[in-house]
Ligand binder design. Structure first.
Ligand SMILES: Cc1ncc(COP(=O)(O)O)c(C=O)c1O
Length: 449
């Protein structure tokens, strides 16, 4: 594979020198086929040699526009300067001691930042892990331990990960759960406030959904048995579903009244992506526990659970942890990423991206009746494709449009329970020119269908 230097200094332009995939990527794909398990799929058939700002460079020298950020991870851009500098410094000091063996300051600093930045100014504690799924698992452990209750309520269209407990919490069977059971017990699923598909229409969605959900918890679970309600404030893999105003505050209040731990899974929506530091901030919702990962560390594996001190500290010493959780290099990366987010005001950058993209997408929807819904907040934006005039999902068209974008050098991702949502997650440092060029490629892809 060719060597290449990435980071913000990479030319911020789309530049195709071969077809996608080119010969070098094709050769690597063949090797991949012979060595990597089939269960790992990929969106784009190119092998990456460098990335930075808003572009990804492949093994053939093609420079692609990145509307995916490695699934909402590289919000500060790939190999961002402050991340790289801190990582180099840390990696040359020490790489691992295990925080449970001999602690180090970086871990404490990341926890301080999480306690400061997550919603609410109450006394908080944090614990660090390796992945979003691991954070969600630990949030459930903490909620169960602190309340002495077992039941966990989750939502239609939810995605919380691929471990055994989080598979049980995730809604979609294929590809995440199919033939991977039996799953963890005491998980109860309730409808999601999904304005586009709510039977009574978007205006009725918040109040109706709260009625249905609280009714189901009362009749089928029992408030006194419910340890936690776990919700993504904006659902990610399930289709970038933005609940209507009033829904999250109503749900949080119901939890408060019944001593149920309200857990916001901000793994995808957190760290500036939605135009606020956390999507819960939008309506001033203060979760009891917040899970974070993805955008927290500029591409390094790090995740956190942050929450009320009395809940977090309910667990006995030794009850939480793991060999690598809060690894010093990942903590250094997180501190560099958080510094970048603050210095460059990335919540505002996410809002600017939304302001640029949403009007163009709405215009595209006017010309294309297959686009049934345009939604999102900040730089977490999606379009949902249906058969015109109906709510019937159109996953085939969604996949065709995505492929057409890929061949033109635009990285876009799909999502949704029905596979009919195109989602846009550019790095928050992407410039206007690339954003506009990416949108033009998308418009051309629709015109070509
Ligand atoms: C909301 C949410 N929770 C949890 C996860 C799982 O995170 P990870 O893949 O890091 O385990 C994801 C991943 O997409 C997610 O979007």
């Amino acid at each position: 594979m060719t060597n290449s230097t990435g980071g913000p200094a990479l030319p911020q332009r789309r530049h195709l020198v071969t077809q996608i995939p080119g010969p070098a990527s094709q050769a690597l794909l063949e090797r991949r086929g012979r060595s990597v398990a089939r269960g790992l799929s990929h969106v784009l058939p190119v092998f990456v040699t460098a990335a930075g700002g808003g572009v990804v460079v492949d093994a053939d020298g093609n420079s692609l526009i990145d509307f995916g950020s490695g699934i909402a991870v590289t919000s500060v851009g790939n190999s961002a300067d402050l991340v790289v500098n801190r990582v180099i410094e840390q990696v040359s000091s020490f790489t691992h001691t295990c925080f449970m063996v001999a602690p180090y300051e970086g871990y404490v600093e990341v926890c301080e930042e999480l306690n400061r930045l997550t919603p609410g100014d109450h006394d908080k504690r944090s614990a660090l892990f390796n992945s979003g799924a691991e954070a969600v698992e630990n949030a459930v452990k903490i909620a169960r331990h602190a309340t002495g209750r077992n039941a966990v309520v989750v939502f239609d269209h939810a995605y919380h990960g691929r471990t055994n407990l989080t598979m049980a919490m995730t809604a979609k069977n294929m590809p995440y759960k199919h033939r991977f059971g039996p799953f963890a017990s005491d998980i109860y699923r309730v409808p999601m406030a999904y304005p586009f598909r709510w039977p009574g229409g978007p205006a009725a969605c918040a109040a109706d959904a709260l009625d249905v959900i609280t009714g189901l918890i009362h009749t089928q679970v029992g408030e006194e048995n419910t340890a936690a309600v776990v919700i993504e404030p904006i659902q990610g893999e399930g289709g970038f579903i933005v609940p209507p105003d009033g829904f999250l505050p109503g749900l949080a209040e119901f939890c408060r009244q019944h001593g149920i731990v309200f857990i916001a899974d901000e793994v995808q929506s957190g760290f500036c992506r939605s135009g606020d530091w956390f999507a819960s901030d939008h309506e001033g919702v203060v979760p009891d526990l917040v899970t974070t990962a993805k955008g927290i560390a500029g591409g390094f594996p790090l995740a956190g659970v942050t929450g009320r001190a009395e809940l977090m500290d309910a667990v006995h010493p030794g009850g939480l942890g793991g060999t690598y959780g809060g690894n010093p290099v990942a903590c250094a990366a997180a501190l560099g990423a958080i510094e970048t987010m603050a210095k460059e005001d990335l919540p505002a950058a996410a809002r600017r991206i939304g302001d640029l993209m949403l009007p163009r997408l709405r215009k595209l929807a006017e010309a294309n009746p297959a686009i049934g819904d345009v939604r999102g907040r900040g730089a977490m934006i999606a379009i949902e494709l249906v058969r015109p005039g109906t709510l019937d999902p159109d996953p085939a068209l969604t996949s065709q449009v995505a492929k057409a974008c890929h061949t033109q050098g635009l990285v876009v991702l799909t999502c949704g329970t029905f596979g009919n949502v195109l989602r846009f997650l550019p790095p928050l440092v992407m410039g206007e020119a690339l954003l506009n060029e990416g949108l033009s490629i998308l418009e051309d892809a629709f015109a070509a269908q």
